[in-house]
Write a protein that binds this ligand. Structure first.
Ligand code: NCD
Ligand code: ZN
Length: 335
C-alpha cells in the first residue's frame, strides 16, 4: 500500500534554537511547512525577534523548501504593534499561554481580561489566535476546565480565527462541533496513547507531555474524529524535543519528540483503520482551507514498508529520544 501526500503541514511544532534547532529542523523537512511555536527563552514577543528566529530556522533547514509559519508569544498589544506584526514576512498568528502552564510560559496571560482589547483588534484584523487551553486545576481536568474560556472567546469574538491547540479530550471535540468558528489541532501521541502508557506501568518519561494524555474514551474520540477527516481538526505534532538528560531526569521536562516519525505513523494508523483517503485532509487540506494557506509545492510518498526508529538522534552535541525509539513502525517514507 502507498499514499502520496500533497504539502503536508505540521500546525504546531517546537523547533527550539541553537544546537537543538540544528538537530530538529532537518527532521521536519518532509513537511511543506509548520506553525512554529514561540516559547523560546526569552519568548518570541516582537516582530524583530521573530524575523531573527525565522532566519535561523531557514539556515537550519539547509535549503529545504519549507514554510515556517511564525507565531508571536501573545502579550497585550495596541493597533500599531499588531499592524507591524501582521506586516512582518512569515507572521502567522499569536500563541496564547496561560502564565506558567507549560515549558517557558511564565510570561503568559493570568487573566483573560488583560487580552480583551488586543483580541478585539485581532478579530478585526483577521489575525489567528492559537491557545494552549489548560487551567491550573488538577492535571487530568485542566483542559476540560479551560473549555469555558474557549466558549467565552468564541462567543465574545465570533469572527476571531481561534484554534484550540493539542486537544486531548472528547469534551473539547464536542465544543469544536458546537462552535463552527473554532478549529483545533491534535497531536500524534494523543491519537495513540492514554495516561496508562505514560504512568500505568514503569514511568515512560518520553511520553510525558502537556496536556497529559487522558482516558481511553478521549483517545478513541480524537482518533475517530481525525480518521473521519473532521473539517476543522488539523494535525499539529507538538513535537517538542528536550535534551535526553532533561527527560530522563528527576523533574522530567514535558514534551514528546515525534517529528521524525509523525507522517509514517499517521499513515500506518489511517491505513489500519481503512481511512487513508482522509489523511490528506487531516495533514494539509483542512489547515489550508481554514487559514487560506498556499504552502510550497512538495509531495511525500509513504508505503507500508517497516522502518526502525533510531534509539536516539545525536548531533551538534545534543541527544534527543524520539517516540518509538528503537522500535519498528509499520510504514515509512519512500526514498
Ligand atoms: C511543549 C514544549 O516543550 O515546549 N511541551 C509539551 O509538553 N507539549 C510546550 C507545550 O506545547 O505545551
Ligand atoms: Zn506545544
Amino acid at each position: 500500500m502507498k499514499i502520496t501526500l500533497n504539502a503536508p503541514l505540521d500546525m504546531h511544532l517546537h523547533l527550539r534554537d541553537g544546537d537543538m534547532l540544528k538537530l530538529a529542523a532537518p527532521l521536519s523537512t518532509d513537511f511543506a511547512g509548520a506553525v512554529i511555536m514561540p516559547n523560546l527563552v526569552p519568548p518570541v514577543t516582537t516582530p524583530s525577534a521573530m524575523q531573527g528566529y525565522a532566519s535561523r530556522i531557514a539556515a537550519a533547514m539547509d535549503g529545504a523548501a519549507f514554510s515556517p509559519y511564525m507565531t508571536l508569544f501573545f502579550t497585550p498589544m495596541g493597533e500599531k504593534e499588531l499592524i507591524s506584526a501582521r506586516e512582518t514576512p512569515g507572521f502567522f498568528g499569536f500563541k496564547l499561554y496561560p502564565a506558567g502552564i507549560t515549558t517557558n510560559s511564565e510570561g503568559g496571560i493570568s487573566d483573560m481580561a488583560q487580552a480583551d482589547s488586543t483580541l478585539k483588534l485581532m478579530e478585526e484584523m483577521g489575525i489567528p489566535l492559537l491557545v494552549h487551553g489548560e487551567s491550573h486545576g488538577f492535571v487530568m481536568d485542566r483542559e476540560q476546565e479551560f473549555l469555558a474560556v474557549y466558549r467565552h472567546l468564541a462567543t465574545r469574538y465570533p469572527r476571531l480565527k481561534l484554534s484550540m491547540e493539542h486537544i486531548t479530550t472528547a469534551a473539547a471535540l464536542q465544543l469544536l462541533d458546537e462552535f463552527p468558528n473554532i478549529c483545533a489541532t491534535v497531536t500524534l501521541q494523543h491519537l495513540i496513547i492514554t495516561l496508562d502508557d505514560v504512568a500505568g506501568g514503569a514511568l515512560r518519561p518520553h511520553l510525558f507531555c502537556k496536556p497529559i494524555a487522558k482516558r481511553p474514551e478521549d483517545r478513541d474520540a480524537l482518533l475517530q474524529a481525525a480518521l473521519s477527516g473532521h473539517p476543522r481538526l488539523m494535525f499539529g505534532s507538538d513535537s517538542a524535543p528536550h535534551p535526553r538528560c532533561r527527560k530522563e531526569a528527576c523533574g522530567c521536562a514535558a514534551g514528546v519528540f515525534t517529528a521524525p516519525i509523525a507522517l509514517p505513523k499517521l499513515a500506518e494508523i489511517f491505513a489500519a483503520n481503512g481511512a487513508l483517503e482522509n489523511l490528506q485532509a487531516f495533514v494539509s487540506d483542512n489547515a489550508c482551507r481554514w487559514y487560506n494557506l498556499t504552502p510550497v509545492q512538495k509531495t511525500v510518498t509513504l508505503h507500508d514498508e517497516p522502518m526502525t526508529v533510531p534509539a536516539c538522534y545525536r548531533s551538534y552535541g545534543e541527544q534527543v529520544v524520539p517516540m518509538y525509539a528503537g522500535e519498528t513502525i509499520g510504514w515509512s517514507i519512500t526514498d
